[in-house]
Design a protein around this ligand. Structure first.
Ligand SMILES: O=C(O)CCC(=O)C(=O)O
Length: 252
């Protein structure tokens, strides 16, 4: 078994659950009080300033903000993902998901349709910065949906994405709500179908996702949704392939 601190070690049953269901969790990375402090930093210094991606303040902030780098490399997340993917891990993308009251629906989708990875292998973690509940449009997933690649077509007007999983190509009857307290996260694969509804509450919902792959995967870092100058994080182990560009913790 992989050398992982006992508190982060996944059991054989956990791994089997991930393999068959395409997700795992929730787990706590930190307490709600610890996340409240991080939230203040995110609100005051991250979301109010431009970052390295000229198209979005929400993306790639691990490159310029130490607090985001620390969230993206949190051992409670990375060590659990190591139990699934092995000892050498890259965090190749990070993204804040801010859904203000009235924020638009994100349609059902499989992430791999949007990404420049070859081969297409990824495990994501979505961590709650604000509480994420049914009321303020938490992420929903369909267990087991990662076993099949679905066709995607143009999203409907008013949705937050340009593409969505083709209606009729899947059954959403078994969808579950990933309700999370601040500091909790869940893990899901690059093909697990997920969405979130329009935020009809008066509460903001802020989450953060980090995307993890292996050094054997070539990340085309100059392609959308990444950008010129993008750097990934070698979060664990070593890279003997040399496909991808990395940087360490930013000075801030
Ligand atoms: O935060 C959301 O509502 C959607 C998140 C998502 O699509 C993702 O993390 O891949």
């Amino acid at each position: 078994m992989l050398e992982v601190a006992p508190e982060y070690q996944l059991s054989r049953d956990d791994v089997d659950f991930f393999v068959t269901q395409g997700y795992l969790g929730p787990f706590a990375a930190m307490s709600a009080a610890e996340m409240a402090q991080i939230r203040r930093g995110i609100d005051e210094t991250v979301l109010t300033a431009d970052g390295p991606n000229p198209r979005s303040r929400a993306q790639s902030r691990h490159m310029d903000q130490p607090l985001v780098y620390d969230l993206a490399t949190h051992p409670a997340i990375i060590e659990r993902i190591a139990c699934l993917l092995g000892p050498d891990l890259i965090v190749w993308a990070t993204n804040f998901w801010l859904k203000a009251p009235g924020g638009a629906e994100i349609p059902w989708h499989q992430d791999i349709n949007f990404w420049p990875l070859e081969p297409p292998l990824n495990t994501s973690a979505w961590i709650a910065i604000d509480a994420a509940t049914v009321e303020n449009s938490c992420v929903q997933i369909i267990p087991g949906s990662h076993r099949e690649s679905l066709p995607h077509s143009k999203a409907e007007a008013g949705m937050a994405f340009g593409k969505m999983a083709q209606p009729g190509s899947f059954d959403a009857a078994g969808a579950i709500d990933m309700e999370l307290q601040p500091g909790e996260f869940f893990i899901f694969s690059e093909r697990t179908l997920h969405r979130s509804s329009t935020n009809t509450s008066n509460k903001r919902r802020l989450g953060f996702s980090l995307r993890v792959t292996l050094p054997q995967v070539h990340v085309f870092q100059d392609r959308s949704p990444l950008h010129a100058g993008h750097t990934a994080i070698l979060a664990r182990g070593r890279d003997v392939m040399g496909f991808n560009r990395y940087a360490g913790r930013p000075a801030g």
